[in-house]
Design a binder for this molecule. Structure first.
Ligand code: NAD
Ligand code: UFG
Length: 337
């Protein structure tokens, strides 16, 4: 029996594949490599000593996806595949709706056809929009502020409707907060091409000398030090959350959402200072204008995942900073030679 990971060559998918393989699961990866590299899969094979069945396909192609299900004994799916750049989604909304939603519908058709009834989906804290308060529980009001967020919102609904219609499906929606860090081996990590949008990849590119300084987007927010506050979670903790969800899904019918976060907020400057201290590296920064669309502060309430999935985030901010730098330092050009 195998777990199919769509988008399994990407940042979170590769870390989840690694944890699954370490726990003795068989995995199959289907990824178009549009935003990732086959090198990540090769490194998973080196780290685990196992061969990984890999299909370079766009999962919107139903015929190719059928072949993946025909050739493997798949009993559950973790669905990571999709586009994720918030800013780009506002410039190219149709591309985001088309890619993310069509991919999910194509996957559901294939699951129906091949009688696969369990799916774990990569949702996001972005479905809470501008939250009324933190920590945010799963039943908080949901409303999105960009097309990327709406694709997550809509896919959650599509999967819930599918669970209701099928009657015997298990649909687990995992709402991630801000994943950072890398596997402690330093072999796999986040490899954002070009100038990164997100904070930690930007910090590591400054640390490695690719970018001259960090721009801190505003220090006049109503937060501990005026800079934006987020709930950063180590990607390896997040990866283990998928295993907990898969195990829970074995005896569960219906649909259920879980926050995967630490429940703690960290400001931009707190993260930068922790990074400098733990890695003994200077990160020059300048305070610049707020980034349009940014929220001052939010963090999740993970107590439902703690109780129901028996999942807890183990790593602290220092671990996240150390491991992010470890990957970047070992791979100054990411997965490129
Ligand atoms: P990523 O870009 O590294 O991984 C996504 C993978 O999906 C890539 O390998 C890409 O090549 C693949 N892909 C995209 N479209 C595809 C398609 N049509 N067919 C096959 N493969 C396709 O991103 P990530 O950070 O690993 O995120 C994984 C999932 O988690 C995404 O759905 C993302 O929206 C979600 N998420 C990410 C974050 C975050 O901050 N990283 C936060 C919340 C949710
Ligand atoms: N920031 C900077 N400088 C940078 C980049 C970010 O100061 O160069 C600040 C932002 O203003 C924000 C914080 O760092 O206060 C975090 O920003 P990120 O871009 O790393 O993360 P966001 O919380 O804005 O968004 C991320 C993902 C979204 C996801 C959301 C919720 O990019 O896809 O978390 O999970 F929806």
């Amino acid at each position: 029996m195998s777990v199919l990971l769509t988008g399994g060559a990407g940042y979170i998918g590769s870390h989840t594949a690694l944890e699954l393989l370490r726990e003795g699961y068989d995995v199959v990866i289907a990824d178009s490599l549009i935003n990732s590299s086959y090198e990540a899969v090769k490194r998973l094979e080196i780290l685990t000593g196992k061969d990984i069945k890999f299909y370079q396909i766009d999962i919107r192609d139903g015929e190719k996806l059928d072949k993946v299900f025909e050739e493997n004994d798949i009993d559950s799916v973790v669905h990571f595949a999709g586009l994720k750049a918030v800013g780009e989604s506002s410039v190219k909304p149709l591309l985001y709706y088309e890619t993310n939603i069509d991919a999910t519908i194509s996957l559901c058709y294939a699951m129906e056809k091949h009688n696969v009834k369990r799916i774990v989906f990569s949702s996001s804290a972005t479905v809470y929009g501008v939250p009324d308060f933190s920590p945010i529980p799963e039943d908080a009001r949901r409303y999105c502020s960009n097309p990327y967020g709406w694709t997550k919102y809509m896919i959650e609904q599509i999967l819930r409707d599918e669970a209701t219609a099928r009657g015997d499906w298990s649909v687990i929606l995992l709402r991630y907060f801000n994943p950072i860090g890398a596997d402690a081996s330093g072999m796999i990590g986040e490899d954002q091409s070009g100038i990164p949008n997100n904070l930690m990849p930007y910090i590591t590119k400054v640390a490695v000398g690719t970018l001259p300084y960090l721009r801190v987007f505003g220090n006049d927010y109503n937060t501990v030090d005026g800079t934006g506050v987020r709930d950063y979670i180590h990607v390896s903790d997040l990866a283990r959350g998928h295993i907990a969800a898969l195990e829970y899904g074995k005896d569960f019918v219906g649909s259920e959402a879980f926050n995967l976060g630490t429940g703690k907020g960290t400001s931009v400057l707190q993260l930068v200072n922790a990074f400098m201290k733990v890695n003994n590296i200077d990160i020059p920064y300048k305070i610049v204008e707020r980034r349009p669309g940014d929220i001052d502060e939010y963090y999740g309430d993970p107590s439902k995942a703690n109780k129901v999935l028996n999942w807890y985030a183990k790593h602290d901010i220092e671990d996240m900073c150390r491991d992010s730098w470890n990957f970047q330092k070992n791979n100054p050009n990411g997965y490129k030679e």
